[in-house]
Design a binder for this molecule. Sequence first.
Ligand code: NAD
Ligand code: MG
Length: 406
Amino acid sequence: MNLAILGATGSIGQSALNLAASFPDKIKITALTCAGNVESLARAIACHHPKLAAVMTSRGRRQLKTLLVDLGVKPLPKIICGPEAYLEVAAEAEADLVLLAIVGNAGLAPTMAAVERGRRVALANKESLVIGGELIMPLACKTGGQIIPVDSEHTAIFQILGGLKTPAIVRRLILTASGGPFRGWKKDELKKVTPIEALHHPCWNMGPKITCDSATMMNKGLELIEAHHLFNVSYDNLEVLIHPQSLVHALVEYIDGTMSAVMGPTDMRLAIAFALSHPDHWPLLPGPAGTGLTDLSSLDLPRIAFNQWRGHLTFEEPDYETFKALSLALAAGRSGGTAPAILTSSNEEAVHLFLTGAIGFTEITRLVQQTLETLPSTPLTSIDQILTVANEARRLTKSFSLALRC
Ligand code: NAD
Ligand code: MG
């Protein structure tokens, strides 16, 4: 399979490249992109020899070319740059599958470009569905574009349902959440949280933005909106359960009360590989012939159940009051229109402000709420409208953060 990866230097992108290195007979990398971190992209190009690469700026392009020459890469890939370059890779790269692993709202335009072209897209970038799901899903129906979820909860549901269609026999889709590093904490304790603490996830090793979103529980809120669009399910039939062990990734409840669940190791390579191999499963576990991922092991349930978690797999209701981001996301999802774009853009800005030390942890959610209360939601019409609203939400969030300092 020919694979193009947008966001190749991030956590998901690197996991995908690790898979490609382990399964050279199954995956051939044809295009890679990144925003910053050109050195990491150069190393990936030297290893996988794609024909096409894209970076953010012309300076980045010059830097990448120099690095590749120094690394002795021959022939050099075609290197393109600027926001348009990502659209070109998404729509035009020679690939059977496009992995969208850009972080944040910046993933929207490339996702739309790939779907518009009727491509097969492995979608890790949840934000594009959150802010543009009302446009992306109908567009995919029109163009024949195929969206395969990469988020662990959504790939679990996708595997149970055998696709994106939710049959009438399904009563509820349940997304599990680890609860993040501050599960069980109360508001006063959260006020003192530092970026280092927020970036220490108990179960998953991920990029900084999603890790911080997991700590506030905004991530699970975004995932509810993602699931609503992907599986065309009403918010009344979507639920979140806190499951600190993170072994059950999602559950589907049928109208007769039966439940199906997907369990597995907390390793995103499984979700990425399934998006590539669907409807097949590849032999990821290490085999006798030295195949598979050497650092992956089968879930040792007796050990996990009886040692690490003292015999319990636990499930509990989220604390919607303390982790208000979840309630805010749910309300924005139910409002629809531009509300989710206001939510995610404000959140992106607030997370950035928190990680750079400008605001406190609890102020992330406070600023998002203030921005949602200030900007009215309107029906969705176009990407341009979403991007305009997103910029305004970001600007407002920043100005509210300055007011916090006075
Ligand atoms: P990351 O921050 O580690 O990597 C992001 C990648 O996007 C990098 O390659 C970066 O160069 C690129 N990028 C950043 N800004 C860009 C821009 N403006 N234009 C183009 N490229 C840009 O992020 P990640 O943790 O790998 O997450 C990627 C996406 O996958 C996110 O939407 C996240 O919610 C989703 N996701 C991640 C995980 C995980 O385990 N990391 C799990 C589920 C879903
Ligand atoms: Mg997830």
